[in-house]
Ligand binder design. Structure first.
Ligand SMILES: [Zn+2]
Length: 332
């Protein structure tokens, strides 16, 4: 690890506090949702497909889960969360999507993030069904690009005790992999973070042992047209992936944002899941400015399914224009 020892310990302390809070907050909404929805499968979307240059991009729904933004959002002004939710006809808790994305180029199938599997109850964990509806089997996936190691992005790598994508190579930023899975980092992890280290071990560990994980640096193409961009903050090695083909471009944001109604208006509002909230807010503002200025597609794992769209600057805030807002043409 490159951290100085003290800085690293301070970082872990902050991260520990964050995750302790996260653990407490996550428990109640999930159980409530499972009871309230009765048959949650009926409301789950399947897949949404579009072309980006020569690539075919398919949004896959893992499902949705209620999130209490009142408790989860931080650095908001008094009354801000309520008033922005109201403007968007939303009430707490807000139903949050968990999306993953499938990229097809020729006969190569690349997944971006892997959903939750069984980690959060029956309203989530539907990625494999969505994949099947879109016409593919997990065995056909050649590669999985991981934006960051949180259970709602890596949980679906495993199907019980077996690897859900047995023929895939898993691509993770070296910084992210070192943080969650290096023996040194694990040895220094505070008690409160142990669960999260255990989840990283349980979901990524089997692929590591099988020699199926490739750690990457940033800025260098992983596949023709697909380049990782370092966006650290939400986690230390958080990565967005840029897809470029012809004159078309789409950036897979990962967890650049969680609360559309609030953060498009005020990107400085953060969430307890951020390991380094201030850095996460900086990355969010950078991502918004760039996407609005250059007019490319973006895809967010927690934007309402399919989570693909454009953003437009509107003074100091941003307007989200989802891909399914109007009939989609291939954009040529
Ligand atoms: Zn997430």
């Amino acid at each position: 690890m490159k951290h100085s020892n003290n800085a690293y310990k301070a970082f872990l302390k902050t991260a520990g506090a964050t995750f302790l809070l996260l653990g407490t907050l996550m428990a109640s909404p999930f159980s409530a949702s499972a009871q309230a929805l009765g048959n949650p499968d009926l409301t789950q979307a399947g897949y949404y497909r579009m072309k980006v240059g020569d690539f075919e991009v398919t949004a896959l729904s893992d499902g949705t889960v209620p999130q209490n933004f009142h408790q989860l959002l931080t650095n908001a002004k008094p009354g801000e969360v309520d008033s922005l939710l109201k403007q968007n006809y939303q009430t707490d808790p807000v139903e949050l999507s968990v999306n993953a994305y499938l990229i097809k180029n020729g006969d190569k199938l690349i997944l971006v993030d892997a959903g939750t599997a069984g980690a959060y109850g029956p309203t989530l964990g539907h990625l494999t069904e969505s994949l099947a509806r879109s016409g593919y089997k997990p065995e056909q996936i050649d590669a999985v690009l991981i934006t960051h190691i949180h259970i709602d992005h890596t949980g679906g790598l495993m199907d019980g005790a077996r690897m859900a994508f047995p023929n895939a190579t898993i691509y993770i930023s070296k910084t992210e992999l070192d943080f969650w899975l290096s023996p040194e980092s694990k040895a220094n992890a505070p008690e409160s973070l142990k669960t999260y280290y255990a989840q990283a071990e349980a979901t990524v560990g089997p692929y590591l042992k099988a020699g199926k994980v490739k750690a990457f640096g940033n800025g260098k193409e992983l596949f023709p047209g697909i380049t990782p961009i370092a966006t650290p903050g939400h986690t230390p090695g958080h990565t967005s992936f840029m897809l470029e083909s012809g004159r078309q471009k789409l950036v897979f944001w990962g967890d650049i944002m969680h609360a559309a109604a609030v953060q498009f208006v005020d990107p400085s509002v953060t969430i307890v899941y951020d390991v380094d909230p201030q850095a996460a807010a900086i990355q969010r503002k950078k991502a918004f400015i760039d996407a609005a200025k250059n007019g490319y597609w973006v895809a967010g794992d927690h934007l309402s399914y399919p989570g693909i769209g454009h953003i437009r600057a509107n003074g100091s805030s941003y307007i989200w224009i989802p891909a399914n807002y109007s009939t989609y043409s291939s954009g040529k």
